[in-house]
Design a protein around this ligand. Structure first.
Ligand SMILES: [Zn+2]
Ligand SMILES: [Zn+2]
Length: 337
């Protein structure tokens, strides 16, 4: 069988490998679709500190169960499943509090552990969730990114009637937008790409702002009657956006950070104390798959506008190059098998 292995920056090869064999708790899956994530692209560029080469990439993976180990009871051959890429120890304080996504030894499949961009993979039963068979494979590949949106809005405690500022309308910003709208919040979203702002409007953003053309401070003030937003989300991960998020958030509000940028941000204590802001990190997801699978089963999210390109597995290199060369024209790129 074939697997897409990243041997180093810009060195992604389709190689012939042995068919994986499930252990007692393992599930053998014929992969049907995979979404390419920003982190896959960072690994492809050699700009992801946590990636170890050579690496079988991919963590937004869905497929059909072929065979199960003797101890598996959750799924059976023929079932449609999605990969839960969070690998955690199950014993540390974070894991014991139900937050294995920030386990001391956490790994994301496709980054610090083997991923799923292959014709067949084996996953432990605990990293597999059953999904309805009538969800098209290319849309089902978006379930994992939506768990990020579910996590961000839960960390931000987004409530009905809240105003939410989302900085960045890339794939992550757009799933956070939909998760916030599900919670009946009003959303103002920014991006420097007009194409992405147009997409955000199709996905029910209340206000869109291009900060290169409009004054974001004025737009936020108008949107919130001068009070500031209840929740601000930096979906880009730039130090200066963290400072802006703090500035634009109202007293008692929450600032949610997703970035991995190690550069310090110049944020003083004063606005955080004065407004009693909560500054919260959000990483991958903590137990969000069942909830997001329900959204998909009930067709409550608009997945298809996010899919800009699809490539067959054989053209996985072309898919990465397209994402690399046309950031404005690409949103979610799906590999089909
Ligand atoms: Zn991802
Ligand atoms: Zn742990």
């Amino acid at each position: 069988m074939k697997a897409a292995i990243l041997y180093g920056p810009h060195d992604l090869r389709l190689v012939e490998t042995a068919m994986p064999v499930p252990a007692a708790d393992g599930v053998l899956i014929r992969v049907k679709a995979m979404g390419i994530c920003g982190s896959d692209l960072h690994a492809y560029h050699g700009k992801l500190a946590t990636v170890v080469y050579p690496r079988l990439i991919g963590h937004e993976v869905v497929g059909e169960v072929v065979e199960t180990g003797s101890a598996v009871s959750k799924v059976k051959a023929g079932d449609h499943v999605v990969m839960d890429p969070v690998v955690s120890c199950g014993r540390c304080p974070a894991c014991r509090s139900g937050r294995g996504n920030v386990c001391r030894d956490v790994k994301c499949m496709g980054v610090a552990a083997e991923g799923g961009c292959a014709e067949y993979i084996v996953l432990p039963e605990g990293n597999v969730h059953l999904i309805p068979a009538d969800i098209p494979w290319n849309e089902a590949a978006l379930i994992e990114p939506y768990t990020i949106g579910a996590q961000v809005t839960s960390r931000g405690e987004v409530a009905p009637g809240d105003t939410v500022l989302i900085m960045g309308a890339g794939p992550i910003g757009l799933v956070v937008l939909q998760a916030a709208k599900r919670r009946r919040a009003k959303v103002i979203i920014t991006d420097v790409s007009e194409g992405r702002l147009e997409l955000a409007r199709r996905l029910d953003a209340d206000v869109t702002v291009n900060p290169q053309k409009q004054d974001l401070a004025v737009a936020v003030s108008q949107f919130t009657d001068g009070y500031g937003v209840n929740v601000a989300v930096d979906a880009v991960g730039l130090p200066e956006l963290f400072a802006q998020a703090v500035e634009f958030t109202a007293p008692t509000g929450r600032v949610v950070i997703l970035g991995f940028n190690p550069t310090p941000s110049h944020v003083s204590e004063l606005p955080i104390t004065r407004k009693e802001l909560d500054i919260r990190g959000s990483r991958m997801h903590a137990g969000k798959f069942p909830e997001v699978i329900r959204w998909f089963a009930a067709r409550e999210v608009k997945t298809t506008p996010l899919i800009s390109h699809q490539f067959p597995f054989e053209k996985v290199n072309e898919a990465f190059k397209t994402l690399e060369q046309e950031p404005d024209k690409t949103c979610k790129v799906i590999i089909t098998f």
